[in-house]
Write a protein that binds this ligand. Structure first.
Ligand code: PDD
Length: 282
C-alpha cells in the first residue's frame, strides 16, 4: 500500500486521499490515465507516457494546465516522500466535479489530478512465459484513447485469471487480433517478421510498443505493422505482449495451443534485454 498520494496540489496520507462523490471519473469514467514504471533513478518511457496523457486529454476536451515538467516534479516528490526505489505511478486526470449530467457542454470545472504510487520489490517478471486466452473484442469504438472506462477490459482480465491465464487477447469481428486487455500483442511469423497491429483506431498506441518497434528496427529485426488473424497468432513462432507494467512478456500458450512448444523464444528475450539496456543510462 502506498503511504502518500497526490490530489490536486496536496500530498496526502493514503487514508485522507478522498475523491468527491460527484467526480465525473467516478460517474462516467470521464477520465484519462497513464502508468509509468520507475527503477532507482530511471523512468521507463516517461516522455512518451506524458505526451500520450496530453493527447488523451485533448481527445476528451479536458482542459488541463500543468506542464510535463511540473508533472515530473510532483512525481519525483511523491517518490521521495514515499521513500520508493522501484515502483509505478498511476496518473489519472478526471474532468472534475459537477452535478451528475451526461453532457459537459459549457461546464467550467477544474480537472482532478490524482497520482498514486505503488512500490515494487523488483521489476523483473517471471520469465517462464505466460498463458493467454482469446475472446471477442466487445469494447467501445475508441480504444485508442486511454480512458478509465475499462469495464470490458476488467471482465476480460478477470476471465483470463479465472482460467489461470495472465492476459486476454481481444479478437475483432473479422477474426483479427486487436490487443490484450491491458497490453499490445506481437507475433513473430515463420519468415521472422515481427508483426503488431497497425494503429487503425482499434488499439491503443502503446508507448512500450513504440519503443520496441524502434529498438527492433535498429537491431535489424523486420517489424511489420499490420492486422494479423487469430490463426496467425496460434501458428506464430513467438508471441509476446508489451505494456508499461509488464515490459515484454513472452506468451507460451494461447487457449489450448502451445506457442514455440511452450518455450520462451529468443527474439522475445532479446527485445526485452534491448528495452532495459536502452534505459540503463538515462
Ligand atoms: N495498460 N493496450 C491497452 C488496452 C492497455 O491498457 C495498455 C496499457 C497497453 C500498452 O500500453 P503501454 O505500453 O503504453 O503501457 C495497450 C496499462 C499498463 C494499464 O492499464 O495498467
Amino acid at each position: 500500500m502506498p503511504n502518500i498520494t497526490y490530489i490536486n496540489g496536496k500530498y496526502l496520507n493514503y487514508e485522507d486521499s478522498k475523491i468527491h462523490v460527484n467526480d465525473r471519473g467516478y460517474h462516467f469514467g470521464d477520465a484519462v490515465y497513464e502508468v509509468i514504471v520507475f527503477n532507482k533513478n530511471i523512468f521507463y518511457d516517461f516522455d512518451g507516457h506524458i505526451q500520450r496523457l496530453f493527447k488523451s486529454l485533448k481527445s476528451l476536451e479536458i482542459k488541463f494546465s500543468l506542464s510535463s515538467s511540473s508533472l515530473k516534479i510532483i512525481i519525483n516528490n511523491l517518490i521521495r516522500l514515499n521513500k520508493a526505489i522501484i515502483g509505478s505511478v498511476y496518473i489519472q486526470v478526471s474532468r472534475g466535479v459537477a452535478e451528475r449530467n451526461h453532457s459537459f457542454h459549457g461546464l467550467n470545472i477544474e480537472p482532478i489530478l490524482t497520482i498514486i504510487l505503488t512500490k515494487k520489490s523488483n521489476i523483473q517478471n517471471d520469465l517462464n512465459g505466460v498463458k493467454a486466452i482469446t475472446l471477442n473484442d466487445n469494447r467501445w469504438s475508441r480504444p485508442d484513447i486511454k480512458t478509465t472506462q475499462l469495464l470490458p477490459n476488467v471482465l476480460a482480465k478477470t476471465l483470463a485469471n479465472k482460467n489461470n491465464a495472465y492476459e486476454s487477447i481481444f479478437i475483432d469481428n473479422e477474426g483479427y487480433v486487436t490487443e490484450g486487455s491491458s497490453s499490445n500483442i506481437w507475433v513473430l511469423n515463420k519468415e521472422n517478421q515481427l508483426i503488431t497491429r497497425n494503429l487503425d483506431g482499434k488499439i491503443l498506441s502503446g508507448i512500450t510498443r513504440n519503443s520496441i518497434s524502434l529498438f527492433a528496427k535498429k537491431n535489424n529485426i523486420t517489424v511489420v505493422e499490420k492486422k494479423f488473424t487469430q490463426i496467425e497468432l496460434y501458428n506464430a513462432k513467438e508471441v509476446f505482449l508489451t505494456s508499461a507494467s509488464s515490459f515484454i512478456m513472452p506468451i507460451v500458450k494461447i487457449d489450448d495451443q502451445n506457442i514455440n512448444q511452450g518455450l520462451v523464444g529468443n527474439i522475445s528475450l532479446e527485445l526485452r534485454k534491448l528495452y532495459f539496456d536502452n534505459f540503463k543510462h538515462s
